[in-house]
Design a protein around this ligand. Structure first.
Ligand SMILES: [Zn+2]
Ligand SMILES: [Zn+2]
Ligand SMILES: [Zn+2]
Length: 344
């Protein structure tokens, strides 16, 4: 995206242009950046104004005839900390950046988003803090509502849980991508009324009617099966068929989103520069909607090696600390097919 005033690059979370300081607002329907003006800016016949949450970092615009002060992203937030809980509100601002990143990606790949305020069972977010007195907060999904613990936005807290659970990767964006996977399995597979689709899903991921409580208990008592790497993307995915689907869905979004970001920067890996790695140029795509999962993963395996080395060059751990065995490729192909069937 570019600044409308000086045409320099504008990143999607920017509140103002780093070069010319023009106040920037994100126009979601066209995924473009616009100037923000108090009286609004005309775009495609409507007047667009800043979201009322701009004070804590939301840079989205909304049409002034929408009958709300909050943008389409902020309207999906069903519950948030009380206004006087300033500690929690700082974390809410950080967390909402990841929420908006998720929503842009869902739109890019054509997944429908119908809000909890528009329909019973629509998508909504309870963004709450477990450090607020007397509020246990369990990250999860139920009937369209995704609950997120804002404390997970604190690096030390998140890292201590990551180490304790032996996870190679744990981020707030990762939580959003995983939980929204539960939501889409529920609306696009389980409630779709397509018995063949549901049967294919059960063949790949297992029968989701298995007791979740028993699965949870077994997982934390015994851990994953010894050879889990041959059929699962993560230890957590082994716990229950729902978790396997949500983990695969999250990885689909990780891979697609990272490839699209590389593509938007014009990145191409040239085979003649790295003949030991490549037989032909690798040009990541902005959109893989009309390609197969094998084509996505062919690009990804090379890019992941490259990004992992880039991270190592800075002394960080691998960007993508996972390997994808063939059974997981088939699960990702199912996710790709389900998304492809509803692409708008
Ligand atoms: Zn500018
Ligand atoms: Zn907003
Ligand atoms: Zn889950």
């Amino acid at each position: 995206m570019t600044c409308p005033t000086c045409r320099s690059v504008a990143f999607f979370e920017a509140l103002e242009c780093a070069q010319c300081l023009t106040p920037l607002g994100f126009h979601a329907p066209s995924t473009t950046m616009s100037e923000v003006r108090p009286a609004g800016v005309p775009i495609n016949g409507r007047t667009w104004v800043a979201c009322s949450n701009r004070g804590w970092g939301c840079n989205w615009l909304l049409a002034d005839d929408e009958g709300s002060g909050r943008c389409a992203a902020c309207r999906l937030i069903r519950r948030q900390p009380d206004a006087d809980d300033t500690m929690a509100w700082e974390k809410l601002a950080d967390t909402a950046v990841d929420l908006r990143r998720l929503l842009v990606q869902l739109d890019e790949i054509g997944l429908p988003v119908v809000g909890w305020h528009e329909r019973e069972g629509g998508l909504g977010f309870d963004l709450l803090s477990s450090r607020t007195a007397n509020t246990p907060v369990l990250i999860g999904h139920a009937n369209g509502i995704i609950t997120i613990d804002l404390v997970e936005s604190l690096a030390d807290h998140r890292e201590s849980i990551r180490v304790r659970l032996g996870e190679p990767y744990r981020t707030m964006l990762g939580h959003f991508r995983h939980e929204v996977g539960h939501y889409y399995e529920w609306i696009l597979v389980e409630s779709a009324g397509d018995a063949t689709l549901l049967e294919s899903c059960r063949r790949l991921f297992g029968d989701e009617r298995a007791s979740y409580t028993d699965a949870l208990d077994r997982h934390y008592r015994l851990g994953p099966p010894a050879d889990w790497q041959t059929t699962y993307i993560s230890e957590y995915a082994t716990m229950h068929p729902w978790e396997d689907f949500a983990e695969c869905f999250a990885h689909y979004l990780h891979i697609q989103g990272t490839l699209a970001t590389a593509a938007s920067a014009g990145l191409v890996l040239k085979a003649d520069r790295v003949p030991q790695l490549l037989t032909e140029d690798v040009e990541p795509g902005l959109d893989y909607g009309d390609r197969t999962v094998d084509q996505i993963l062919d690009d990804w395996r090379v890019l992941a090696i490259f990004f992992n080395r880039v991270n190592r060059a800075m002394g960080h751990a691998d960007l993508y600390p996972f390997t994808i065995p063939d059974p997981v490729t088939r699960k990702l192909a199912f996710v790709h097919r389900v998304i492809g069937s509803v692409r708008s």
